[in-house]
Design a protein. Structure first.
Lengths: 288, 283
């Protein structure tokens, strides 16, 4: 598989309070293969948001390169807008950015900026609503009449309607109730299947990361601290805790069990896997 | 029960809207208690919180909210209510007003008309209580989300309220920031006897509470100890909620035929249940 994203020696810093240097990014390099789901974890101020804003050209590197689909995005600065159609970025709390009179107009805003109009535009909007499960009867109501979770879905659909090859979401489930979280995650999976898209998710929810991601980027103080499979990241619980992060709760339960019985495995990160493992012990199976 | 806040027959709707967000709500919050309110987005949790400190008033004439003996409908006593019941919201960025941390924390006490000396003392105490004293001269927007939220809490604490209502205070925070905020409010409750009402979408945060209230469509549908609430997974799922991941693990083990009870929330309690059920203890 080819690399859809290549980040080479990315450096960036904000000016400001010399006491607290936060959100900077120091010499970060990594590649993402087409179709992967990458999770980005790191405590607040570790540089996650700064990093992702470089991937669609919202921020310009102080030094280093951002290569999307084989092309350095800053080779032709005038065409940077095209990158935003290829790499869709959903900000934190995107529902606060809804502004149009109808759900339709809000979702159509992105594709319209791409020069799509008329029936093609209508089709774009309706297609994405089908895929992500927004009912047609909602299209002509005001987005402000929707619930928080519904507004969030409309806002994300607006980015998806541009059909970006790479979809980046900054804390897409923050502030939602359990049902709302499930709906958003389902919507992201469906989009990915339909468009063979690459997905990058920034999240503090380790449980969801364990279920969803292929690989994890761990940011710490502006550095790329780890970039590895979910397994290789979450088996380093002490290291993660040292930088203010944590492993999924089920892993913590197993770690606590290990204190009682040193034979217990702690390299399990999802509830389903933990249930299977514990049941095999109950059935008289071996621990490992 | 010595109740600090009392809601009687409260209906609420915004403006002239006939769609009531809250319907005939009756609730008492005991002095010194720690209550967690769970419910979906739009279930009326935040409205309930705003009613408790007089930011919202009952829409019906016979609906009454009494805080420490004071009726919130009386506008003259509004300041007395705010003094007693402080509120912390989800987004710390919307709550910080000053350019220096200690000035921000001083905003509340200054408005109470305290002497400069008393204000100074309260600001320092509050910042120390939330572990942000060394950042007192910093600019709030250079702090992390968790730090900002702690400053927002300090600003409320500096007014020395009897009760702290927090509306999803950890929604925007990373795991460390979340733990810090929960540690602080648990400490205020246990050590200072402060009454806490915590509204949250994180089911596991209920482990710190002595009471959990479940809300759905503007009504309280369950009210009990955390273990009682989470022992009824069906009701929770019906209203779009869930059990904590730890409790969920126990449920799934039970479904698989393992002889285990599901009344645990914290990691340690959960591990203890599993250990006992599977006889894992080494000799």
């Amino acid at each position: 598989m080819s690399n859809i994203i290549e980040v080479k020696n990315l450096c960036y810093s904000y000016d400001g309070d010399a006491q607290i240097v936060k959100d900077a990014v120091h010499n970060v390099s990594f590649t993402v293969k087409s179709g992967e789901i990458i999770g980005i974890i790191g405590h607040t101020g570790s540089g996650k948001s700064t990093l992702i804003q470089h991937l669609n050209g919202l921020l310009k590197p102080a030094s280093g390169e951002i290569i999307i689909d084989g092309k350095n995005i800053w080779d032709e600065p005038k065409k940077i807008k095209d990158i935003r159609f290829k790499v869709g970025l959903v900000f934190q709390y995107p529902e606060y950015q809804l502004f149009e009179e109808t759900v339709f107009a809000d979702i159509a805003f992105g594709p319209k900026n791409m020069g799509i109009s008329g029936v093609d535009l209508t089709k774009r909007v309706e297609d994405i609503c089908d895929i992500v499960g927004i009912k047609k009867e909602y299209l002509y109501v005001s987005p402000f009449d929707l619930s928080g979770g519904e507004k969030r879905r409309v806002a994300i659909a607006g980015v998806m309607a541009m059909q970006p090859k790479v979809l980046i979401l900054d804390e897409p489930i923050a502030g939602l109730d359990p049902e709302g979280r499930k709906e958003i995650l389902k919507m992201i999976s469906k989009y990915r299947e339909q468009f063979d898209a690459t997905v990058i998710i920034v999240s503090h929810n380790m449980e969801d990361m364990a279920v969803l991601a292929d690989r994890l980027i761990v940011m710490n103080e502006g550095n790329l601290h780890m970039y590895d499979t979910v397994y290789n990241v979450f088996t380093k619980s002490e290291e993660l805790e040292g930088i203010g992060l944590s492993v999924p709760l089920v892993t913590k339960v197993l770690t606590s069990l290990k204190k009682k019985n040193s034979g217990i495995r702690t390299d399990i990160f999802t509830t389903d896997d933990a249930v299977e493992y514990l049941c095999s012990i109950a059935a008289g199976g071996r621990y490992a | 029960m010595d109740s600090l806040i009392k809601l009687n027959n409260v209906d609420f709707s915004y403006g002239e809207d006939k769609n009531f967000i809250l319907n005939n709500l009756n609730l008492e919050i005991e002095r010194g208690s720690f209550t967690v309110v769970l419910g979906r987005n739009g279930s009326g949790k935040s409205t309930l919180a705003k009613l408790m400190n007089g930011l919202c008033k009952p829409s019906n004439d016979d609906g009454v909210v009494i805080v420490d003996g004071i009726d919130t409908k009386n506008e003259k006593t509004e300041i007395e209510i705010r003094r007693r019941v402080g509120m912390v919201f989800q987004n710390p960025d919307n709550q910080l007003v000053a350019t220096i941390v200690e000035e921000d924390v001083a905003f509340g006490p200054e408005n109470l008309g305290l002497t400069p000396q008393e204000t100074r003392k309260r600001v320092d105490d509050a910042l120390k209580a939330v572990g942000m004293y060394r950042y007192r001269k910093s600019t709030p927007h250079h702090l992390s989300g968790g730090q900002k939220q702690r400053v927002a809490i300090a600003g409320i604490i500096a007014m020395r309220p009897e009760c702290l209502i927090l509306d999803e205070p950890t929604a925007m925070l990373d795991p460390e920031g979340r733990d810090d905020v929960l540690d602080i409010i648990t400490k205020f409750n246990r050590e200072d006897g402060m009454t806490i009402v915590l509204i949250t979408h994180f089911m596991e945060e209920a482990q710190f509470a002595d009471r959990v209230i479940l809300m759905s469509d503007g009504e309280i549908i369950k009210d009990g100890k955390p273990e009682e609430i989470f022992s009824d997974i069906k009701t929770l799922e019906d209203i779009g909620l869930d059990v904590p991941q730890t409790t969920g693990l126990l449920y799934k083990l039970k479904e698989k035929g393992i002889d285990i009870t599901t009344d645990a929330i914290s990691v340690e309690e959960t591990a203890a249940k599993i250990s006992a059920a599977l006889h894992l203890e080494e000799n």
